[in-house]
Ligand binder design. Sequence first.
Ligand code: FES
Length: 169
Amino acid sequence: ATSKIKLRVNGKEYSLQVEPRVTLLDTLRDRIGLTGTKKGCGRGQCGACTVLVNGQRINSCLALSVMYDDAEITTIEGLARGTKLHPIQAAFIKNDGLQCGYCTPGQICSAVAAIAEAKAGTASAVTADVRKQGQVELTDIEIRERMSGNLCRCGAYAGIVAAVKEGSQ
Ligand code: FES
């Protein structure tokens, strides 16, 4: 049996019949054609599939499409405004925050949410230790902790941390 759902992705609406077992990742890539979101591990360990749902980051490989009926989903394709890159996208380019690029869409979506969480004061495991009251810029250790759900097999972490730091300013 299939269910009828309405997904709102990057400001567009898609009415779809989907099988309940299909992940949001597969629906985005295979049904809607937004292939910027990548499949790495397929089981919640690498973060390549990260997208934003109502501004919060999720691993779309662990999410069933039917759970997101009517939610507001943003993928890497939805971050730029026309030809103007999102500041985090620009910061990744400027700081060499990538090598092969496969993990980059997930890294960037995750960074957008991570910075918003930090600015909203959401605690991270290390925040209390390393961030003084009122300090805006994220420290390297806090960035590494907040971005720890996104793996980069090329090991471009130094550039990623620099990009997120610049993007958080
Ligand atoms: Fe979803 Fe790896 S593909 S976390």
